[in-house]
Write a protein that binds this ligand. Structure first.
Ligand SMILES: [Mn+2]
Length: 346
């Protein structure tokens, strides 16, 4: 069983954002950083922010490269929500490559070009699970901490020193549900959902705020420390502000915890920031494209969206990229750009 909070080494680090199966971007970025995965050599230590895998062309190869660097003592990884899904056996859009569903991508196809992700063999699946099972949730040292989504102190306090992450997840899931059943919220939420087609139909618009649905969703997400660390907190929205997102009417919204952060410098992935102005889509847009927010830096520059560009026959000059934040210089390197970018507002 892994130690859930592990130490970062001293010295300079390259902190690499969410890869989402984009193997070419990973290899190009490593090359720019002076890391050679074949020779297992590097100029400095590498930290991966999680979400190595998803709907990109080859998640199998990405895990293989990262694993090689970890075993060589060059790299460390924190667990992301996409890794957690695979560990939990949770089949989602974009992870059909793992669960033996080669139609996954063609189902998602929105553009004219079809492409499929490399499928994992049974032996590869076993190897991937064994590797992911040992990953920590947090990496930290005096001047810096690293987590995939949200380092909420109350969530950190709930972590035992060592645990199987899936078992820990299930325990909290179970405890929160038991409490919601005991206080009646669970059944009330079920009634609210059944009134509006289980909230999965865009055309069946809820005509009022659904407080029990909101309370159940908030509790399940924000009181499970494994969920908080890997996909952030969610909080109840104001009455009337519900939105249809990800196939469901939602009465909670993402908590932008970084807006009130006062803890140690923290680097996260997960939040799909953009390297071009995207107000309303990029949750870090207000601060600036390459800016810190109260000592927090999100290094996920949405390379995971390249699949969507590729489906429209774009094969170069992508809008988004795979980034590494070089610490302590606080400079960004991208997989597809020769120049680095100085981050601001630290
Ligand atoms: Mn994520």
């Amino acid at each position: 069983m892994p130690h859930l909070i592990q130490a970062l080494p001293d010295g300079p680090l390259d902190l690499i954002g969410d890869i989402h199966g984009e193997i070419e971007a990973l290899l190009n970025l490593l090359h720019r950083l002076g890391v050679d995965p074949d020779k297992r050599t590097a100029k400095r230590r590498v930290v991966f922010l999680g979400d190595l895998i998803d709907r990109g062309p080859n998640s199998v190869a990405v895990v293989e490269v990262v694993q090689r660097l970890v075993h060589a003592g060059i790299a460390q990884v924190v667990l992301g929500n996409h890794e957690l899904n695979v560990l939990r056996g949770s089949r989602k859009e974009g992870n059909g490559w793992f669960f033996g569903d080669p139609t996954d991508h063609s189902q998602l196809k929105r553009g004219p070009v079809r492409f499929a992700s490399q499928q994992a063999t049974p032996a590869e699946r076993e190897g991937i699970l064994a590797f992911l099972r040992e990953l920590p949730l947090v990496l930290a040292r005096e001047d810096l901490q690293v987590v995939h989504a949200c380092p909420e102190p109350s969530a950190l306090q709930l972590l035992p020193p060592q645990a199987d992450v899936v078992t820990l997840f299930s325990q909290h899931e179970h405890d929160v549900k038991a409490e919601l059943m005991a206080n009646g919220m669970w059944d009330l939420a079920a009634e609210e959902r059944s009134e509006f087609a289980q909230l999965v139909r865009r055309d069946v618009v809820p005509t009022r705020h659904l407080p029990a649905v909101a309370a159940v969703d908030e509790a399940r997400q924000s009181r499970n420390p494994v969920r908080v660390l890997t996909s952030g907190r969610e909080v109840e929205i104001a009455a009337g502000a519900h939105q249809f997102l990800g196939g469901r009417w939602r009465f909670v919204r993402r908590d932008e915890w970084w807006q009130r952060w006062s803890g140690k410098p923290t680097v996260v992935g997960h939040y799909w920031r953009r390297r071009y102005p995207a107000p309303g889509r990029d949750p870090f847009f207000d601060a600036g494209l390459f800016h810190w927010t109260h000592g927090v830096f999100c290094v996920d520059y949405s390379v995971g969206r390249r699949y969507a560009e590729r489906e429209h026959d774009v094969s170069q000059g992508f809008r988004n990229g795979l980034a590494a934040l070089r610490w302590p210089e606080r400079v960004l390197a991208f997989d597809d750009r020769a120049e680095t970018v100085q981050t601001e507002g630290f």
